[in-house]
Every structure is written in structure tokens, then in C-alpha cells.
Design a protein around this ligand. Structure first.
Ligand SMILES: Nc1nc2c(c(=O)[nH]1)N[C@H]1C(S)=C(S)[C@@H](COP(=O)(O)OP(=O)(O)OC[C@H]3O[C@@H](n4cnc5c(=O)[nH]c(N)nc54)[C@H](O)[C@@H]3O)O[C@H]1N2
Ligand SMILES: Nc1nc2c(c(=O)[nH]1)N[C@H]1C(S)=C(S)[C@@H](COP(=O)(O)OP(=O)(O)OC[C@H]3O[C@@H](n4cnc5c(=O)[nH]c(N)nc54)[C@H](O)[C@@H]3O)O[C@H]1N2
Ligand code: SF4
Ligand SMILES: [Mo]
Length: 686
């Protein structure tokens, strides 16, 4: 049989690059980029290419399994899908009949089913659909919402810019869409663009910048405010934009920035005042071809919302918002170009402490159901009542703050969580804690429509389709939910009038010219019309908060002693969250996560490169291997995500450490996003 070329979309991370699978006799020979993808333009990263390892993983879950020993004892019995579905349907029907649908809680990760999970929870009547958002980009999205009223990612026009001012984004390795961003930034640099990166580490993005500026954690917002101060002091602002396109006058802007002097910023951030002046001038002079890029380095802090908001304001100050080469916004939700097939269930009216935590009224109003890292602390404090936890594509014991301790303890407690269903493709640390495991297809065996915010500023829709048949009895998640909904009751079934996943996608794809046939052949449909950019009034003053972006110092940092350090965490270019550690080709490139430590700190504690030492935070301790390097701020130590699995398969097991045992669950009090980069620790050498 000839080699088939089947287009699909990668999901080895949530950048979702267009992909072409070369398949022969049901076996993938190679995965390549799809040149029709407007963002990735035919390129895949190493993780995309290694996804063959994921599909062919010999340790995949192949059948539904029921627990027969205590939780996490690893004792399972294979059952049939019929038995699994009727067991779940019985339990869920009971919750609905007894009028407590909210006791079904869905927890999910970076799944990209684009609305289908919500269809199920809405139809069921539970508002408790909690995702990764609170761990991930919540502070950033809330700031974008504050500034321009939208919640998706910003899409700076990197290809046409002259100045890239990067606060804590590692977009040569991670961000959301590095394959597209890196290409455009490299193009801009070839055309003479200047690039400055603030990062506590010399990331690969910092290394490819004209300047790397090591900054003290959590002070990016202060530096941005000080840059604004310089721009206004030296009259470098776009007065027309400020007066006509923002909800404050130039006088109000000036008044607000008056106190944020570069000298103050230098004291807290360690960035010299003159350097702040120089960058502010360079950025303003390049405007409107000047844009900020920012991500978790700037906003995954307890003051992250304000940091991000202050950074976005720099673009308003120089009038680069919506301009070619400036800071732009495009919606990334595929449902905007291709609405889901109906009938759609109504949104549940009920609110719970999980769906709308009362400590986060502003977040609930701006971005409902996005604060999610509350789930384990709230369940353990009995602020939330759960009967059934349904987990999909998420590995909380690995990836959540205090995951190996708090999340795992809660998951093992049958009183707190009486019934736990895990839908996974692998025996993860989450699956380990389940009562029932349902085998999912990997993304190379499943259906979806997907898209991201477009770097070409044109709407597009891509198809994810099975390129190989699923092994064993793995089911596409849509088949699982369609079958389940029909088994629960008539009322639920009415919102799932589809025979199977393929039928659903065929209906959905009718929203695209040429429908499913076109997408199956080309992989991606690109709208020929350029995207109409929104031009909302830029909000510098936010009514709901009654204030403008501010600097909120992090007290636990201000009070740090000399022998204390800030533990930070980051992502490798060749790994994704908790999902790639069992992919052999990737672990051959990076198969460990030693702790980055500056030579000054290492010398102080008599730690040598490659030696073991202990990181201590309260009662928690973690033994790590030192990677002594000048490529990190002297007051910071850094451990990457993705390692330290105790399940997940033989390749993953025993590799590296999990920093989340040390990282506490602390949220930005305004926006509710987890502060990943603020944990204060001490070091111990035996
Ligand atoms: N230390 C540290 N921790 C972090 C971060 C960090 O930078 N450092 N980043 C945070 C961020 S930004 C995020 S978004 C979260 C994400 O954290 P996770 O919840 O880990 O993210 P996901 O990658 O969505 O979920 C991965 C899990 O889904 C399961 N899985 C993998 N493939 C499949 C599949 O084909 N089907 C199904 N059903 N399941 C599958 C596996 O159990 C895998 O472990 O992590 C956060 N945690
Ligand atoms: N390769 C890869 N790509 C991914 C993912 C992945 O797991 N792997 N996950 C995807 C997801 S879910 C997300 S949310 C994005 C995240 O994308 P990014 O936010 O770009 O990545 P991170 O590594 O979380 O954090 C970025 C940088 O912040 C730095 N940093 C820490 N503290 C500070 C600080 O106080 N100030 C500054 N300026 N920098 C600081 C870290 O050293 C790190 O280099 O990536 C997405 N893409
Ligand atoms: S960035 Fe890499 S892993 Fe992520 S979707 Fe694109 S090719 Fe796949
Ligand atoms: Mo994320």
C-alpha cells in the first residue's frame, strides 16, 4: 500500500501546529509540519515529531479498569465498556434525580476539545467545570480583559516589529505558539529589530535576544511602570492615542506614573535606573513598530495581574496597539469561526464555591469559572462537596502546586472524593488515584476542530483526525461522552443527537466552506478575508477595581534573609508539562531536571556542580542535583517542570524531581492565578 499523507493537528502541547502524518499500513512513518498552517507554516518542534512515541507507547491504557484494592494500590480488574458506562450512568443519574448535579466536578487539562466538555457539564447541570486556567494564564488573561475587554492571548505583530520588549516569556521554547512566534521574531531580527528579554534565567529566548536582563522575581510590573514614567517625563508618548483611545486623559496618565521612578524600580528589581531609561527610549522611538511580549515569568506571581496590566499599558503609551509591528489581539477560539452544532444546553444557573469562589468576586465577574487552583484546598477544607470527580487530560499530583502532597492526599481520601473517574491514555499519577479508568485515544487517533490566535491575522480552522486506528478499546472522548449522555437520561441525550465522534465533527465542519471533506484533504481552512481587528477603548482606569495598574510588592520577598532564595520553575523546549516524560526521543535530549543555581549561591553553601543538595520549605524537602551556572539570577534557583514522575511508564520513572512538592498554592488575590515563581526556600548541604 502506498504511503498516505494524512493532515491533522499536533497536541503534544497546546500550540496545536498543523501536521501531516505519513502512514503506511496503519503505522506512522513520520510526522511533519503542514505548510498550510498560517501560524507554524509547515514547521514542527521536536515534541511534535516525537509524538509517534506517544501513540506507540507500549504502556498505554487499553481497556476500562475498575479498582479492586485500596486507592493507589495498583490493583485493577479489566471490565467492559458496557459495565463502565452503566456504572457511571447509574451514579450520575442519581445525582441528577436527587437534585445535586453540582456534586459532579469535572477537572481537565490542556485537552483542546473546544467546548465539548462544557456541553456535557452544562447539559448535566453542574457549574463545576474546572480547567488548568488558574494554574496557567489566568493573571494574563484577566489583565488583557481589564485593558481591552477580551480574554484570549495577545498576538504581537512580531514579523513587522522593530522592538521586542519581552517580560518573562520564553517564546523560543514555550509560550503559546512558539513555533510561529520564533519564526517571526527571527525574521524581524534579520530586518534589524532589537530584542530585550527580562528573565530570571538565561532562557533560550534570552540567549537569542540583544540583551538579557536578569530581574528580581515579581518586579516586572514595577519596571514597566518606571518605563512608563520615563516615556511620559521625556514626552515620548502618543498623546493622541492616550487622549482619544483610552478611558483616561494624558494628565491622568502622567499623574499616575509620577511616583514610579526608575530609582524606585532599581531598588526592588535590581535593574539599573539608566538601563530602564535606555530601554524606555528605545521602545518609544521604535513605536508604533514596538511591542511587548509577556508571559508566566511576569504574571505567574501573587502580583501577576498588575504586572501584566502595567506591561500592556506600555503599548498604549507609545500608541502601538493594533498597529503593524505593534501589539495586536486576535481571538483564538475556533468556535468564533466555526460555531458548534446545536442544540446547545443552557448554562446552569447554580453557583458554587468551586465555580465562583467568594474570595474572588472580581475574577468571577470578569472571567467566570476560571479560578481553579482552589479545588484541592477547598475540598480538603470541606468548602466544596464532591460526589464524583471526573478527570480528563490532567495530572494534578504532578502539575499542581503541592500536587504530590495536598492534591494526592485529597485524591486518596474516599470521604472527600467518594468516586473518581479518570479518562487518560496513560497510567498517570492521576489515574493511579482513580476508582475507574477509561482509556482515551491519543490525539493521533481522535477528532477535533481547532485553531489558535492567528499570527497572520486571518481566521482559520484546522482538523484533528485519526491517522491510525486506536489500539485496544480506546475511545475518542466524544464517543465516551455521547454514549454516557445517552445512558443517563432523555433530557441529557437531547443535547447529544450524534451517532459518534465522527458524526459530530462532520456536523461541526459544515461551518467551514467545503466541510469535512475539504478539511480531511487540506487539514486547514484559512479565511481569505483579513481579520477585522477590534478597536475597543483601552482601559487604564478599571471601574470594577476603582484603580489603575499598580505595583504590589511581594511581602515574602521583601522579608527574605540573605541565605534564602526564590525557587522558580520553567518549561523545556523538548517537554510539555506532565505529558512527555515517557516519550523516549525527548528524554534522550533532556532526561533530567537539575536545579539551576548561581556560582555565588553555590559557593556560599559549598555546593559543587553535579552534587546533591536539599531544598527546604517548611516541612517539605527535596533532594536535587546542582547545575551551577551564571545563567541565573543570584537570588533565584530554578527547576523545570515535566520530571519527577512516580508512575507514567518506565521511561519516565526515576527521572528528575518534581518541584511542585515545594511550591505552595498561593494565588494573586485580584485575578486568582497561581503564583508559581515566588516560593521562598532555604538550602541544605549534608
Ligand atoms: N513545576 C511546574 N508546574 C507547572 C508548570 C510549570 O511551569 N512548572 N506549569 C503549569 C501550567 S502553565 C499548566 S497549563 C499545568 C498543566 O498541567 P497538567 O495537568 O499536567 O497538564 P496537561 O498537559 O494538560 O495534562 C497532562 C496529563 O494528561 C494525561 N494525558 C496525556 N495524553 C493524554 C491523552 O491522549 N488523553 C488523555 N485523556 N489524557 C492524556 C496524562 O496523565 C498527562 O500527565 O501545569 C502547571 N504546572
Ligand atoms: N515546550 C513547551 N512549550 C509549552 C508548554 C510546555 O510545557 N512545554 N506549555 C504551554 C503552556 S500550558 C504555557 S502556559 C506556556 C508557558 O509559556 P512561558 O510563560 O513562555 O513559559 P514558562 O517556562 O512557564 O515561563 C517563562 C519564563 O519565566 C521566567 N521567570 C520566572 N520568574 C520570572 C520573573 O519574575 N520575571 C521574569 N521576567 N521572568 C521570570 C522563567 O525563567 C521562564 O524562562 O507554554 C506553552 N508551551
Ligand atoms: S509546538 Fe511542538 S508539540 Fe506543540 S503543537 Fe507545535 S509541534 Fe506540537
Ligand atoms: Mo499553561
Amino acid at each position: 500500500m502506498a504511503v498516505q499523507q494524512i493532515p491533522t493537528m499536533c497536541l503534544n502541547c497546546s500550540t496545536v501546529c498543523g501536521m501531516i502524518a505519513k502512514v503506511e499500513n496503519g503505522k506512522i512513518l513520520k510526522l511533519e509540519g503542514n505548510p498550510k498552517d498560517p501560524n507554524s507554516r509547515g514547521k514542527l518542534c521536536a515534541k511534535g515529531q516525537a509524538a509517534i512515541n506517544m501513540a506507540e507507547d507500549p504502556e498505554r491504557i487499553l481497556y476500562p479498569m475498575k479498582r479492586i484494592g485500596p486507592r493507589a494500590s495498583g490493583q485493577w480488574e479489566r471490565i467492559s465498556w458496557d459495565e463502565a458506562i452503566s456504572m457511571i450512568a447509574r451514579r450520575l443519574r442519581m445525582l441528577r434525580e436527587e437534585g445535586r448535579p453540582e456534586e459532579l466536578v469535572l477537572l481537565y487539562g490542556r485537552d483542546r476539545t473546544n467546548g465539548f466538555l462544557e456541553r456535557f457539564t452544562d447539559a448535566f447541570g453542574t457549574p463545576n467545570k474546572l480547567g488548568h486556567r488558574g494554574l496557567c494564564s489566568l493573571n494574563k488573561r484577566m489583565a488583557i480583559k481589564a485593558a481591552i475587554g477580551e480574554t484570549d492571548w495577545d498576538t504581537p505583530d512580531l514579523a513587522n516589529t522593530q522592538y521586542i520588549l519581552n517580560f518573562g516569556s520564553n517564546f523560543y521554547e514555550a509560550h503559546q505558539g512558539h513555533v510561529g512566534m520564533m519564526q517571526r521574531a527571527a525574521e524581524a531580527k534579520r530586518n534589524g529589530a532589537y530584542m530585550v528579554t527580562f528573565d530570571v534565567r538565561l532562557s533560550n529566548t534570552a540567549a537569542r535576544s540583544d540583551e538579557w536582563i536578569p530581574i528580581f522575581p515579581g518586579t516586572d510590573g514595577l519596571v514597566a511602570l518606571a518605563m512608563g514614567h520615563v516615556i511620559l517625563k521625556e514626552n515620548l508618548q502618543d498623546t493622541t492615542f492616550l487622549n482619544e483611545r483610552t478611558n483616561a486623559s494624558i494628565e491622568e496618565w502622567r499623574k499616575h506614573y509620577e511616583m514610579y521612578t526608575p530609582e524606585w524600580a532599581e531598588r526592588d528589581s535590581g535593574v539599573p535606573a539608566d538601563k530602564i531609561r535606555e530601554i524606555a527610549r528605545g521602545f518609544a522611538q521604535a513605536a508604533p513598530r514596538a511591542a511587548t511580549v509577556s508571559n508566566r515569568g511576569a504574571h505567574a506571581h501573587e502580583n501577576g495581574f498588575d504586572n501584566e496590566w502595567a506591561i500592556i499599558c506600555l503599548n498604549a503609551l507609545v500608541g502601538s496597539i493594533g498597529k503593524d509591528g505593534g501589539w495586536k489581539y486576535t481571538p483564538g477560539d475556533v468556535n468564533r469561526s466555526a460555531p458548534q452544532p446545536g442544540p446547545l444546553p443552557p448554562k446552569p444557573a447554580i453557583r458554587t464555591e468551586l465555580s465562583h469562589p467568594s474570595a474572588f468576586t472580581f475574577a468571577n465577574e470578569m472571567y467566570p469559572r476560571a479560578v481553579s487552583s482552589t479545588i484541592f484546598p477547598y475540598i480538603s477544607q470541606r468548602l466544596a462537596k464532591v460526589d464524583t470527580l471526573l478527570s480528563y487530560y490532567v495530572n494534578a499530583p504532578m502539575s499542581w502546586p503541592e500536587g504530590p502532597a495536598l492534591a494526592r492526599d485529597v485524591l486518596l481520601d474516599e470521604e472527600l472524593i467518594p468516586f473518581h473517574i479518570v479518562i487518560d491514555a496513560f497510567y498517570s499519577e492521576m489515574a493511579e488515584t482513580a476508582d475507574l479508568i477509561l482509556p482515551d485515544t491519543t490525539f493521533l487517533e481522535k477528532w477535533d476542530l481547532d485553531a489558535r490566535n492567528s499570527h497572520e491575522y486571518r481566521a482559520y480552522v484546522g482538523l484533528r483526525q485519526p491517522v491510525i486506528p486506536p489500539p485496544g478499546e480506546c475511545w475518542d472522548i466524544r464517543d465516551t461522552f455521547i454514549t454516557l449522555a445517552k445512558s443517563i437520561d432523555e433530557e441529557m441525550a437531547q443535547y447529544f443527537p450524534f451517532e459518534d465522534a465522527e458524526h459530530f465533527i462532520r456536523e461541526w465542519a459544515k461551518a467551514v466552506p467545503g466541510g469535512l471533506e475539504y478539511l480531511q484533504k487540506e487539514g486547514i481552512w484559512v479565511d481569505s478575508r483579513p481579520y477585522e481587528p477590534p478597536s475597543p477603548t483601552f482601559r487604564f482606569h478599571l471601574e470594577q477595581l476603582g484603580r489603575k495598574p499598580a505595583y504590589r510588592p511581594i511581602h515574602r520577598h521583601a522579608e527574605m534573609k540573605e541565605d534564602e532564595y526564590i525557587l522558580t520553575t520553567f518549561k523545556w523546549n523538548v517537554h510539555t508539562q506532565s505529558r512527555t516524560a515517557n516519550q523516549v526521543w525527548l528524554t534522550e535530549i533532556v532526561g533530567d531536571n537539575p536545579c539551576w543555581i548561581h556560582p555565588q549561591a553555590a559557593a556560599r553553601h559549598h555546593i559543587q556542580n553535579g552534587q546533591l543538595f536539599t531544598i527546604v520549605r517548611g516541612e517539605s524537602e527535596l533532594n536535587v542535583k546542582a547545575y551551577v551556572t551564571e545563567a541565573i539570577h543570584p537570588r533565584v534557583i530554578a527547576i523545570s517542570a515535566s520530571f519527577g514522575h512516580w508512575q507514567y511508564g518506565q521511561t519516565a520513572e526515576g527521572k528528575g524531581v518534581n518541584p511542585n512538592s515545594l511550591i505552595m498554592g498561593v494565588m494573586d488575590e485580584v485575578a486568582g492565578g497561581q503564583s508559581w515563581n515566588d516560593t521562598v526556600v532555604t538550602l541544605k548541604k549534608e
